[in-house]
Design a protein around this ligand. Structure first.
Ligand SMILES: Cc1cc2nc3c(=O)[nH]c(=O)nc-3n(C[C@H](O)[C@H](O)[C@H](O)COP(=O)(O)OP(=O)(O)OC[C@H]3O[C@@H](n4cnc5c(N)ncnc54)[C@H](O)[C@@H]3O)c2cc1C
Ligand code: SF4
Length: 328
């Protein structure tokens, strides 16, 4: 590991200023992803600014009827919160489907959103990787790409975003609040937080250097039944091959509205408005679920090892929608 300095921030503004002051400085929260990357010298920060003890560990009601989740709220505390469990069950389900109990006890809301891909070539410094070393190439394109993206990727990078929590938050239309080094704040819809790789896969988010996540706000829960389903190689402690976050509102035998987001298939949580459009107003039964699944994956491109994700995602969408309407 490269040498680095360490300081504990006493305010959000101070943390943002401290990171902004040095080009290679960065925030550390639970450290469950960053420290692994530092040990492998994939990330080499010169200065660590610890934000884990800032008073951002509260979950509060908003006047609109939603919840404001502090950036430091731990994944396990968020999953267990009674308001989250009753009003945003898909978020609780997604969090509990991720990592292990010990990791969830350390992992923060902000750190989970900003965790980096699990592409094995990204973690192997002997292999070309445009995300780790811009312009070096992408070993996954013709390599072992079983875990990789089928939507939203390109020739420069086919890595997926690994977060489960972010997929549920995408369907819930969460808003990410940040503080900039000059003390101003901004609100970023979660769909705009993560960037597609294009020709600059090393630029992963819309955040500027020193911009700190302070909270995530959930709007009032959408009407309908929520479900998060994750398909993975093992029953626990494995990243998603495919995951689906679905909210389905029924009116009689028809679907009044639906929201569908897919994880494990794209460089960012993949909200599929195409599927939602198909579902709105349709009879709540399989022809519509199948059509929605087909339209969600219409632009999918496999690279060999990950071809199986396309039918798998379609099946998981159909099954998740069917399960959602049973209880809707
Ligand atoms: C073995 C293992 C299995 C896992 N399985 C899963 C899984 O199945 N599903 C899943 O979703 N996740 C999984 N994870 C990932 C885990 O959820 C993340 O490592 C964790 O959520 C990161 O949170 P953290 O607080 O530890 O972040 P850190 O490691 O501290 O930071 C991560 C990044 O966020 C930045 N950051 C932290 N806080 C802020 C802030 N307030 N503002 C701006 N930037 C900030 C850091 O600078 C860093 O770049 C797994 C991890 C491990 C080690
Ligand atoms: S898929 Fe992305 S992260 Fe993986 S090797 Fe290629 S460029 Fe690197």
């Amino acid at each position: 590991m490269q040498p680095f300095t360490y300081e504990r921030a006493s305010s959000v503004k101070e943390a943002a200023v401290a990171v902004a002051a040095k080009p290679e400085a960065t925030f550390i929260s639970g450290g469950t992803n960053l420290l692994d990357l530092m040990k492998l010298e994939i990330e080499r920060p010169t200065n660590l600014v610890d934000v884990s003890r800032l008073p951002l560990d509260q979950i509060r009601e908003t006047p609109e009827g939603g919840l404001r989740i502090g950036a430091q709220v731990r994944n396990s505390d968020l999953a267990a919160d009674p308001r989250v469990r009753s009003r945003y069950p898909m978020l609780s389900q997604a969090l509990l489907a991720g990592a292990s109990g010990q990791i969830r006890n350390k992992a923060s809301t902000a750190g989970n959103l900003l965790q980096r891909t699990r592409c094995p070539y990204f973690y192997n410094r002997n292999m070309p990787c445009n995300k780790r070393e811009p312009g070096s190439g992408c070993a996954a394109l013709d390599g072992f790409n079983r875990m990789h993206a089928v939507l939203g990727a390109g020739e420069a990078c086919i890595a997926v975003h690994p977060s489960d929590m972010a997929v549920a938050m995408s369907a819930l239309e969460a808003l990410v609040e940040t503080v900039l080094p000059d003390g101003t704040t901004r609100t970023i819809p979660i769909g705009d937080l993560h960037r597609l790789p294009g020709s600059t896969p090393h630029v992963e988010t819309a955040l500027g250097h020193g911009e700190m996540i302070a909270a995530v706000t959930l709007p009032p829960p959408p009407p309908g039944r929520q479900l998060y389903r994750k398909v993975r190689d093992r029953a626990s402690y494995a990243f998603a091959l495919v995951s689906i976050a679905a909210v389905v509102e029924k009116s009689g035998d028809r679907i009044r509205s639906a929201r569908v987001a897919i994880g494990g298939v794209a460089p960012k949580p993949w909200r599929t408005t195409e599927a939602e459009y198909v579902l709105a107003g349709a009879a709540a039964a399989d022809p519509a679920f199948s059509e929605a699944a087909e339209s969600a994956l219409a632009g999918a491109v496999g690279r060999g090892g990950n071809d199986f994700k396309i039918p798998l995602a379609k099946r998981t969408i159909r099954q998740t929608l069917a399960a959602a309407v049973e209880g809707a």
